[in-house]
Design a protein around this ligand. Structure first.
Ligand SMILES: NC(=O)c1ccc[n+]([C@@H]2O[C@H](COP(=O)([O-])OP(=O)(O)OC[C@H]3O[C@@H](n4cnc5c(N)ncnc54)[C@H](OP(=O)(O)O)[C@@H]3O)[C@@H](O)[C@H]2O)c1
Length: 252
């Protein structure tokens, strides 16, 4: 594992942390690559060392720098240790992105309590742990704290009660943080991904869905990653809290 170094003759190293990084063709990987392209050293975090290393290699082969960090977003001690690792590496942590949150379909009457609770832990509680640690480490200097949402953030749907409620809770958490931390210098943003992402999750995991929806309806990962960069770039007197993004053919 390579960690960034700081040299007093060089400009201060800028760092970004993205948690919820899995496949090379996933949103977490694309956000990481986007910030690496802008000269950030990116800490890519998730639960699987092997997939993180692949994302790190992808970034390095494009000329960027990155470090893989294994952490489960729902475990307080692991989130704290992750931020310790990132902050110990020198430079300034300017961007923290919470991208964890897999879809959890299921009918209410068939659903175990533990399944519902797990969805909430990944989509909401982890966002709290991550956002809290980001604020503790990034203030008073400030920076961007960005959350990934979904169609579920804005509406409930039959068969998706666990995911819908957890993503909606994450959105309100992000909004509360934006109002609480904004005046102190943290730009908190939320990106509503309103539709299926063109990536491994759907192409490998749900090919039948890709076929049913059609290619045109899948949201471009690069376009999404640009939105995170756009939010980070905004000046403090022109901050956006939320962007909602979908393909042109998405019925909404
Ligand atoms: N894919 C879609 O069509 C779609 C649509 C709308 C919104 N979204 C949102 O987009 C985000 C994910 O993007 P993606 O679907 O392209 O997937 P991705 O970025 O490729 O991967 C996200 C990764 O997060 C990791 N993760 C899950 N639980 C975690 C935890 N507790 N702690 C740390 N890492 C965890 C998983 O990897 P490990 O299992 O290796 O940890 C997972 O592969 C989510 O917020 C999701 O709700 C996705």
């Amino acid at each position: 594992m390579t960690t960034p170094t700081n040299n007093s003759d060089m400009p201060e190293l800028k760092k970004a942390l993205v948690i919820g990084v899995g496949a090379e063709k996933g949103l977490g990987a694309s956000i990481s690559a986007r910030f690496a392209r802008e000269g950030f050293h990116v800490f890519v975090a998730g639960r699987t060392a092997q997939s993180l290393e692949q994302v790190v290699q992808q970034i390095r082969s494009a000329g960027g720098t990155a470090t893989a960090a294994v952490a489960d977003a729902t475990r307080e001690s692991e989130v704290q240790a992750l931020f310790d690792q990132v902050c110990a590496a020198g430079g300034s942590l300017d961007v923290a992105v919470y991208n964890a949150g897999n879809n959890t379909p299921g009918a209410v009457t068939e659903m175990d309590a533990s399944y519902f609770e797990h969805a909430w832990r990944v989509c909401c509680f982890g966002g709290f742990l991550f956002g809290r640690e980001a604020a503790r480490r990034m203030l008073p200097r400030g920076g961007s704290l960005l959350f990934t949402g979904a169609s579920a953030s804005l509406r409930g749907r039959a068969g998706f009660a666990a995911f819908n409620s957890a993503k909606a809770a994450l959105r309100n958490l992000a909004q509360a943080m934006a109002k609480e931390l904004g005046p102190k210098g943290m730009h908190v943003g939320h990106v509503v991904v309103d539709g299926g992402i063109d990536g491994d999750k759907l192409r490998k995991g749900r090919p039948e869905m890709v076929q049913r929806f059609g290619e045109e309806r899948l949201i471009d990962r690069g376009g999404l990653a640009d939105a995170y960069w756009f939010l980070h770039q905004q000046p403090p007197r022109a901050w956006t809290f939320e962007l909602d993004m979908r393909s042109k053919v998405e019925p909404w």
